[in-house]
Design a protein around this ligand. Sequence first.
Ligand code: SF4
Ligand code: SF4
Length: 417
Amino acid sequence: MESLATASDLLNQCSKCGGCQAVCPLYGETQAEPYVARGKIFLIKNYLEGTIELSPKMKEIMSLCLLCKACVDNCPNKVPVDQLVLAARREIAKELGISFVRKNVFQHLLQNNGRLSLAARMGYLYQHSGIQSVVRKSGLLELISPDLAKKEGLLPRVARRSFRSQAPKLITCSRPKIRVAYYTGCLTNYVYHGTGLAVLDVLGRNGAEVVIPEQWCCGIPALASGDEASAVALAHRNIEAFQKAGVDAIVTDCASCGSMLHDYADLIGTREARIFADKVLDFSQLLDDAIDFQPGAREVPVVATYHDPCHLRRGQGVHTAPRKLIRAVPGVELTEMNEADRCCGAAGSFNLTYYDLSTRIGKRKVENIRKTGAGLVVTGCPSCIMQLDHVLKLEQSPVQVMHLAELLSMTYEKGEV
Ligand code: SF4
Ligand code: SF4
């Protein structure tokens, strides 16, 4: 969608049936009409008709959307509400600007891997030098803002060095069936090294030669905040870097990154962008469709349940492959939770911006997990892992959360290839 001005036809497709209320996680928590798809459509229409302005209130309402696409999926007329919200955010960013912090993150930090690694290093030092525990014990954050203290508790442990700086650039195996490039995403790169190692382990044991090119943030945080120019710049960098890798597929372990990488086709619109986007596969898709995945013999005796990341299930249409792979693990019993595809409340940085609301959404997810009696929740998005892990701990739940790649990797006896 180029701009809101071209969206009148789409807005008119809404029949005001209200069907979106039943599936919108924000409406579920707030019962507030402006937050549900129908309310947002109404406001955007009024803006286009000149009866309301792009005020700070309008900005807040448009930012209160998880972009989870549950409304789109359940809408009888398939109104692309997430795209309308993104277009509104772009227009709002042009009119009202974006915050100083966000602007600097999108335009300076994310465009420069050296600076991003330095910021991660500072996060690591904050967490490991004793400063974090002094700050927490002092109650300083609560003093500044109780909200800030809660958000600080959400941040996972940052790794000492980035995953990509330690992993080999090329991981070969005997008689490779396929050559793939691994898009690690920022959370695997700076936080969840276990996921990255597991991805390499499973791919290597199943006949994939893996290259890890230099790469940048996928751009989804910038795009979701209305800063399309930064997202486009990042897309160009990634397309060029992966073009040089000469691979059959581009694999990612992150649902949000994967969805965004697919969107490069429309965002950039060039032949190169379409070729790039066509090669993108989620880790589970690659194993299920392109490689004949064989688990190891080691049993993992656990009752597990699976959480569908929004950007994997609705963003990329992937939901059977992860379940099939979990069932292939010896010893695992897969049990489905209610509302497995309902957003966990992470939604990129939504959980940082709207911590309380996001946590309420997460608690509903955790309650659904609890009812299954599972001891493990498996998923395919590091952002969901961060959110689920945080809310499970808040609820003092013993349930573990892990990426699908980590579960599959556990089936192999280490040291044997
Ligand atoms: S479900 Fe679709 S048509 Fe019905 S109110 Fe919501 S957006 Fe409009
Ligand atoms: S995308 Fe998700 S959060 Fe946003 S309006 Fe639709 S259902 Fe609600």
